[in-house]
Every structure is written in C-alpha cells, then in structure tokens.
Design a protein around this ligand. Sequence first.
Ligand code: FAD
Length: 503
Amino acid sequence: MSGSYDVIVVGSGPVGTAVARELADAGSGLRVLVLEAGQALGDTAGGHVKNIADVDERDRLLAGLATGPGPLPGGTPARPGTTLVGAPDMPNAAVSTNVGGMGAHWTAACPRPVDDEVPDCVDPAVLDEALTRAEALLAVTTHAFDRAPLTGAVQRVLGELFDRPHRRPAGPMPVAVTVGEDGTLHWTGPAIIAGDLWDRTDVELRTGTLVRRVLLDAGRVTGVEAVDLASGERHQIPARAVVVAADAFRTPQLLWASGIRPQALGRYLTEHPQVMAASLLDERYVPADAPIDADLPATAAAAPGGGAIVPVSGVSWVPYAADRPFHGQVMQMDASPMPLDPGVTVRPGQVVGLGWFCRKELSPDNRVRFDEDAADEHGLPAIRIDYALSDVDRASIGAAVDEVRRAARALGQPLGDPFVMPPGSSLHYLGTTRMGAADDGTSVCDPTGRVWGTENLYVGGNNVIPTATACNPTLTAVALGVLTARSLAASLAATPVAEEAHA
Ligand code: FAD
C-alpha cells in the first residue's frame, strides 16, 4: 500500500498498535500507516521476546539492539531491550526502539486505575468500557498463575496485612498473559493487540522508518516527514490525521521538533519511584508434600522462552488506594536473586520478590526538555530531563519501605533490606503530553488525545495520563488510545476526503 493515507500512527508499541487496530476495526475502510523506527524482533512483528522459544536466538536479537550510553552515576545497566536516555536526574530513564516498543519486553502487569488515579476529564462510564476493551486487546487475565502452588499462601499473608474494608483486596495481579492448552504462558506483545492487522489491505506497518517532523499547515496536519534509516532517504507522506504514540520522551520530542510547543509540552513528567525487597517464604507456608505440577516448567531454563516468571511462580498484587500511595507487585521466582545460606534449598516460587510502585506528586518543573544546541543521532533535538523528588514523595517512599519491610518479614525470612531503585527504574514514564479538560496551559491535548490548537494531530501513550498514579500504566494508556481512535474515526467519517482536500 502506498500513496496517501487517512491516518499515520507514529510508533508500534501497545498504544500505537491499539490505535491502528481500533481505526481499522471501525469498519470505515480507513487507510492506516504505522511508522516504526525500529525493526521486528524475530518472526512475529511485535511479539513479546519471552515467547521466542530459542533462548540463544532471543539473546542474539536483544544483543543486536542499540545499548546506548552506559549506566550513569547512581544508575544501573539498561534492562534488556531498552536503551538508557542518559539523563543524570533520572539515570535509569530508558526507551525501546523495535517493533512493539517496550511492549515486546514488558512484565505485562495490568491493574486498573482507581480513586484519584482516574483522570477526571473522561466520563467514568466511558473510561470503564474502554478499559474493558483494552483488557480484551491485551488478553488480560487474573488466572494465568492459578496452578502456582505457593501463591495462595503469599496472597493470604498479604491480605492479612493490607486488606481494609474500603480497599480492593490483595490477590492475583491482572496480567496480559495467555495460558496455552499445554499450560505454557504466552506473553502479550503488541502482536496480540494487532491480531491480523498487518495482513489487512488497508493497513501497513513500515519498519526502520523514523518520523522527523509532523507537517502542519495553519493548525491542520498534512502528513509527516520520515527518514528510511537504512538508506537515509527522506520523504514526505501525506495523511488526513496523525497520531503520535512514540513514548513519553519521543512524543514531545517530535512535537517540539515540528514547532508544536504548547506550554505544558514535556512538563509534569512523572514515574513510579520503586522500592524492592525479597523474602524466602516461611516453611510453614510450604507443606513438605506441596505438589509441584509435573507438567509445569519449574525453572526459567525449562520454560518456553526462558522467561524468569514460570507458571509455578505467581504474580500477586496489593492494590493502590488513595489513602495508601503505592501498590505492590509481588513476584515469586524460581531462584533467589541474592546468595542464600549454603544448604538452603528452595522450591520454585518460594523466593518472593516485592516491588512497590509509589505515586509521585505532580510538578510542572519535572520535565523532559529539548536542547536547541545539541542533536540526537537522528538530528532531533537532544532529550534532557529535569526531575526531583518532593518532601511528599520522600515521605511516600519512606512509607513504602516500611510496608515492604513488614511484608517481607510476614512472608518469611527477608533476604536483605528493602532498597529504593534509582529514578527511572519503573520504566513507567507519564504526563509529558498530558490531557486536560481545557486549554489552560496545564495540558497538551484534550480528553480524546487531540493536541490543543490543532485539528487533526493526536497523541497517545502513558504521556497523556494526567494524574499522579501508582498503577502500571499500559492498560490505562491503551484504553485512552481506544478512545482516541474512536473519536478520530468519527471525525474522519464526518469530513469527506474531497472536502478536506479543498479545505
Ligand atoms: P512504547 O512501547 O515505548 O512504543 C513506542 C514506539 O515508538 C517504539 O517502538 C519506538 O521505536 C517508536 N518511536 C519513537 N520515536 C519514533 C519516531 N520518531 N518515529 C517512529 N517511531 C518512533 N507497563 C505496565 O503497564 N506493566 C508492566 O508490568 C510493565 N513492565 C515493564 C517491564 C519492562 C522490562 C519494560 C521495558 C516496560 C514495562 N512496562 C510495563 C512499560 C510498558 O512496556 C509501556 O508502558 C508501554 O510499552 C508503552 O506503550 P507505548 O505504545 O506508549 O510506547
């Protein structure tokens, strides 16, 4: 497919793919082009790397991705599949550049937002339905680890500690994972969201193509300027509308480079300060005859794809509530991340990793900004980050450390002290093109994702989430992307092509 398009979507992560899928499913024959700077990892465009059965092949593909700068002071090496941005204020800030974006590497935890996490500029019933659609697109379930033998005990301990009448109870984490008939786990990457999308005649995924500019004429998008990264060839591609879903750093970067600079662009950057700990589940929770299902892979090496989480592991959840500014993600592992005393043997799932994500206070001073005097490797303005914790943030993190410590003790034998990860470690970056009810300088787009002051330019991703949240953001971002696609499809249907061409 070539020529002109109804919609160009920039980025093939979970949000870009969901937007393209909803537009294509709108049934109006829209011609959709998805432009992705990266390449497919393996045979399935946008497949999760943990589903690649051949572990050597998977490692080879990951090793082939750009690694970027090494860790900064206070930072840690980039997570596989990601590249560090290289920002001293947020040393672990990272991006992924491959088909599927970070969605080819993620842990797939998909809690719903609740209480003050929910954006108040979207009708709650509309958001609720969109979240349900997002759960279907991502194949979210709370039953992926039903057969994990020790998970019930972990959830009981967590429930006794943290359940309150007004809170959602501790329980299984909703995860975007499908359980095969043989019991193996299949991780949702954007390929699952896409379904047969890339085979449809009206939709095209073009990889290795970086968008350098959104082209605008008097507030109306006319297309994009893109570069084929292999040949260096630049070309303009016309379109009736553009949706930029290129992550929380590169979406505002592209708008900035295009001369689209609303006051709030890049501001209100937030993430989820992360507190980690590990505990060895007490023997009293592990009956000597605890059955280990012989059909289930018990170690990562034995699991298809070698993923660190296996069906016997379990992923549990201590949900967020407004009076408790964090949520807990509790993962049972097949091996200890810390050295254990000699002679200690553990059953798969007996080592419990605790990760608490904190809500961070919003501030316009926390921001991604762009350097006019320095360019990145593609000639786009270089990304800089200003980011600091407030006193309220430090108090939340301190409370999370206490809570994690209590949980680790209640579960059994803590393996070391809880520790706070360097800024950027959550890989959940939000707010940099946030939505709002009015164009009052505190938001970049309206509740449908349409950029203020433009007619047909939209943004999507965690960057549109306007609230201070603790929950993992992808489910919410996909739901908001669904609403963007529906609104855009309706607006294009109401504007015949010929009329637009003469506008
Ligand atoms: P991305 O997935 O980041 O995709 C953006 C895409 O845009 C990329 O493919 C990039 O190459 C492309 N792009 C950027 N600039 C351009 C350009 N100029 N031209 C063309 N293409 C461009 N989230 C959760 O909710 N739950 C979790 O459990 C979770 N675990 C995670 C674990 C790991 C290891 C990682 C890496 C991430 C995790 N996340 C998790 C975060 C999650 O993956 C992201 O929230 C999600 O992928 C965001 O989707 P997106 O489509 O907005 O952006």
